[in-house]
Design a protein around this ligand. Structure first.
Ligand SMILES: Nc1ncnc2c1ncn2[C@@H]1O[C@H](COP(=O)(O)OP(=O)(O)O)[C@@H](O)[C@H]1O
Ligand SMILES: [Mg+2]
Length: 255
């Protein structure tokens, strides 16, 4: 059963085609890694899923309906990079994301204490336990990024959209974040779309790895055509998949 259905999507900015003929069916609970050359339309694709933009042509359905214009808990909550609330402590930023999943967005008494305890655990997992009472302005860029990911994961949306979430992190922190994400995913039925530059990371975390690329390429006019999904790989066949990427695609070609 397809949970996210993308049918023949085209997206242009002005006269410039960015995406063309994009088709995809994703079952609920699937982790989809997305790779492709810089500027080929990966972030645009995420914005379409989030209904931040409407496609020029084609249709997207999430659980049978168009993506909600105001994403709530059901569909596509994302806390993008630096989406943290500057006036709240690091701990309260996580509590706020937890409260966001509740009916009235507020937590009181025992419920609030429990949420604070969970938030403290989350901060330990993402290596920010020692910064719980600090304000975001005191955090490094990488720490702010971890906090934003901690918020996103705490909100436990049905669909999680991550746009190059781990790029700025050092290798050790990145591995810790991978474990955290995989654990959360195993404990929920979350559907994840994650754009990454790191093919190894894409294979490690994803169930599927899709490649955006331009099937048609005019060397005299690189912007003449848009990108589409040229490969849709099963990450259980990792070695074969990597071979395919190396031999048949050039995901690093500038768009
Ligand atoms: N709102 C916009 N208006 C005009 N051009 C845009 C807009 N958003 C993105 N673009 C252009 O569309 C192309 C694809 O962008 P993007 O989706 O951000 O690529 P990627 O995430 O794969 O690097 C880029 O050339 C970018 O400059
Ligand atoms: Mg992008």
């Amino acid at each position: 059963m397809s949970f996210v259905t993308v049918r023949n999507i085209f997206q242009s900015y002005g006269t410039r085609p960015i995406l063309e003929r994009v088709n995809l069916d994703v079952a609920e609970g699937t982790f989809v890694s997305i790779v492709g050359a810089s500027g080929c339309g990966k972030s645009t694709f995420l914005r379409l899923l989030l209904a931040e933009e409407r496609p020029t042509r084609g249709e997207i359905r999430i659980d049978g309906a168009p993506p909600a214009l105001e994403p709530g808990r059901e569909r596509g909550v994302v806390f993008q990079r630096y989406s943290v609330f500057p006036h709240m402590t690091v701990l309260d930023n996580i509590v706020a994301a937890d409260a966001f999943t509740r009916r009235f967005g507020l937590l009181f008494g025992a419920e609030r204490r429990a949420a604070r305890a969970r938030a403290a655990e989350t901060l330990d997992r993402i290596g920010l336990g020692h910064m719980a009472e600090a304000y975001p302005a005191a955090l490094s860029g990488g720490m702010q990024q971890r906090l934003a990911i901690g918020q996103a994961l705490t909100a436990r949306p049905r669909i999680l959209l991550l746009d190059e979430p781990f790029g700025a992190l050092d290798p050790g922190t990145r591995l810790a974040m991978h474990d955290f994400l995989l654990e959360l995913k195993a404990g929920t039925n979350m559907t994840v779309f994650m754009v990454t530059h790191d093919i190894e990371e894409g294979f490690k975390l994803g169930d599927r790895l899709i490649v955006f690329d331009k099937p048609r390429w005019d060397p005299t006019d690189p912007n003449a055509y848009g990108a589409t999904i040229t490969y849709d790989l099963d990450t259980r066949r990792r070695d074969e998949g990597i071979q395919t990427l190396l031999e048949e695609t050039n995901v690093h070609r500038p768009a």
